[in-house]
Write a protein that binds this ligand. Structure first.
Ligand code: PMP
Length: 350
């Protein structure tokens, strides 16, 4: 017998590559190509490092209050974490505690099955249809909870509010989590449904639309009781997760709504322009409402294009997985970055 028999073994989530070279065009992990709001840099400059002696406010109250005021909810309805990965992991641990399987699509954020395995939560992956939309009947069966990314990743495909509401309504005996990591790029948030459904938890992040992936801020909004249970689990695990600079800089990011709208608007405009230009090169797409495109080419295999781009210093994301192995997920960068990619593709595909 070896001690290894008593180890919790997991197959970890594989994130997109974070290459060290400076001169590459990095379109592989859905980061924002623009800097955070100017107030964030100002805040960093003014930061009083004396306070680093002290533990941070474990409730991150300033950040919670800023988010509550921005989204017109009570502070008791807001939970913040170290990126939405932390918020989602804590939510799986707290809410998916049934013997019945939790449900999520076969093609979605590839961390969901990792958390389910880690926490030993039974799960069932429901196949998306040919257009990568969910089949709502799949979620109308006995289950231990539901998690859906909307818009979905890596497809970029949004679901209608009607379908999501039907799923939330039909599952009143479990928690339904809607992961809105990409909602700020033209998607529609289910936040207004919180008034009607107490089993709904909405999760968002500062990593994409607020240009702060490096800071690690995510948050959940739900009814007070739900958030209370989430806090009980969090404070039973690690209280001081959000550090003091993060709280201060996060508040600055939320304050500057004009900048937020400016950069998300720019990314949406670039996305639609690049889509038009790539269509002329023989690509087709899902109707992405995110900060990335999910693209396939009519004759050149995606894996080949992926390798050629990488060799030329342009990193996009590719998965050698059933149903999506002929697609590229391309993060929307600045106009200059996208022009460089288009320039390469025009030559390469000629
Ligand atoms: N949800 C989805 C659907 C994502 O694509 C990501 C980004 N990898 C996350 C959540 C987590 O993002 P973060 O932890 O940076 O908030």
């Amino acid at each position: 017998m070896s001690w290894e028999n008593n180890v919790r073994k997991v197959e970890p989530y594989v994130a997109g590559e974070q290459p060290k070279q400076k001169d590459i065009i990095k379109l592989n992990t859905n980061e924002c190509p623009y800097p955070p709001a100017p107030g964030v840099a100002e805040c960093a400059k003014q930061m009083c490092t004396d306070n680093l002696r002290l533990y941070p406010d474990m409730n991150a109250q300033k950040l919670v209050d800023a988010l509550a005021s921005y989204y017109h909810v009570k502070p008791e309805q807001v939970f913040v974490g170290v990126g939405s990965d932390d918020v989602l992991a804590m939510s799986f641990l707290t809410f998916f505690n049934s013997d019945k399987p939790i449900l999520f699509p076969d093609i979605t954020y590839s961390f969901y099955d990792v958390w389910a395995e880690l926490f030993r939560i039974p799960y069932h992956q429901c196949p998306l249809d040919e257009a990568f939309q969910i089949r709502k009947e799949d979620y109308m069966v006995p289950n231990g909870g539901v998690i859906l990314a909307n818009p979905n990743a890596p497809t970029g495909v949004p679901e209608s509010m009607e379908v999501l509401e039907e799923i939330i309504r039909a599952n009143s005996d479990v928690v339904v989590i809607i992961d809105e990591a990409y909602v700020d790029f033209g998607g529609e948030s289910v936040l207004p449904l919180l008034e009607k459904y107490d089993n709904l938890l909405v999760v968002q992040t500062f990593s994409k639309s607020r240009a702060m992936a490096g800071m690690r801020i995510g948050f959940a909004i739900g009814n007070e009781k739900l958030i209370g249970y989430l806090q009980d689990a969090k404070f039973s695990f690690n209280s001081y997760t959000i550090n003091m600079p993060t709280i201060e800089m996060g508040v600055e990011a939320v304050k500057d709504d004009a900048y937020f709208k400016e950069i998300t608007g720019k990314i949406v405009a670039t996305r639609e322009r690049v889509k038009k230009e790539m269509t002329q090169l023989g690509f087709t797409f899902t109707d992405s409402k995110t900060n990335f495109l999910f693209a396939t080419h009519k004759n050149v295999p995606a894996q080949q294009i992926f390798a050629a781009l990488k060799e030329n210093g342009i990193y996009v994301r590719y998965w050698n997985k059933p149903r999506i192995d002929n697609y590229l997920r391309i993060t929307i960068g600045t106009d200059e970055q996208m022009d460089a990619m288009l320039h390469f593709l025009r030559q390469y595909l000629k």
